[in-house]
Design a protein around this ligand. Sequence first.
Ligand code: FAD
Length: 319
Amino acid sequence: MTKIVDHIAQAKGRTLFSFEILPPLKGESINTIYAGIEPLMEFKPPFIDVTYHREEYVYRQKPGGLLEKRVERKRPGTVGICAAIMNRFHVDAVPHIICGGFSREETEEALIDLHFLGIDNVLAMRGDAIKSEGRFYPEPDGHAYATDLISQIRALNEGKYLDPEMPRPTPTNFCIGVAGYPEKHFEAPNMKTDLKWLKKKIELGGEYIVTQMFFNNQAFLDFVEKCRAEGITVPIIPGLKPITTRKQLTLLPSIFHVDIPEALAEACETCKTDAEVKQIGIEWCIQQSKELVSAGVPVLHYYSMGKSDAVKAIAKEVF
Ligand code: FAD
């Protein structure tokens, strides 16, 4: 197991390739995951991220018209998938770990599981609100912000478990990544405040930053400059997503609070089919990727969303 920051250091300035996958929907086979990863292995990703999906409320109609409210997790399996990927592909897997839905005790148990499995990289985040709730609510004994989660992981790395009287506390060895937002986190009142908290996440133990997707490289480059001006010196990994359907032109801004440049949106709107949109999205992302490699980014991290063909077409041109 190699820490992400060590992968970056060992690359000695060469830009690495990596990507993020989603666990399959509950009930689907892990083979769907393998099928999404296999075509990308030729580009030698040193690590693959696996997202975490919290519970949702679903409503089922009962006889008589009453609605039954149920709590469901539609994409469980993050930790199992990480272990399976490491076994099968011999690359590092980075589970995403969030505050939402976890008490401190449950977080500690999840971290112990990861430690026992030899998974020592995590991307630590707050998570979003439950879909049907307007804002994020922490568990009664859970963390409200990524800063608190990072502090717990850091404490565990120092052998400090929740029970201060534990007789033989074994320190863990997690390399902690954190999320950053070139176009600002949507809840932050302004970029300055958002950067203040980003800096705090690094001071508390974050060792590198992975960004939200963006479609305008200048937004990323400006963000890196502002981070450096604030004294944030850790590696900043850009996250890239090729647009593959016309629907994403409105979906991505509404879910991820990102801007789609006029030129990209207009080019997609003139397309007659989604196949044409996908080609435009791939070409845009190749251009973004090439510019970012020239700018010396440590890693290009693609949001594959489980589908490898678009990312493969891009990686072929860039790596
Ligand atoms: P935080 O850093 O906690 O920030 C949340 C907001 O509060 C920001 O506006 C920030 O400015 C402010 N803030 C931060 N710390 C404090 C503090 N101590 N006091 C007051 N204000 C503060 N979500 C998932 O559910 N699963 C995933 O797998 C997942 N993967 C992601 C991967 C990447 C690369 C990115 C960029 C996001 C991912 N997300 C995922 C989404 C993420 O959980 C949301 O964007 C969430 O709204 C914020 O998470 P965060 O860790 O950035 O939050």
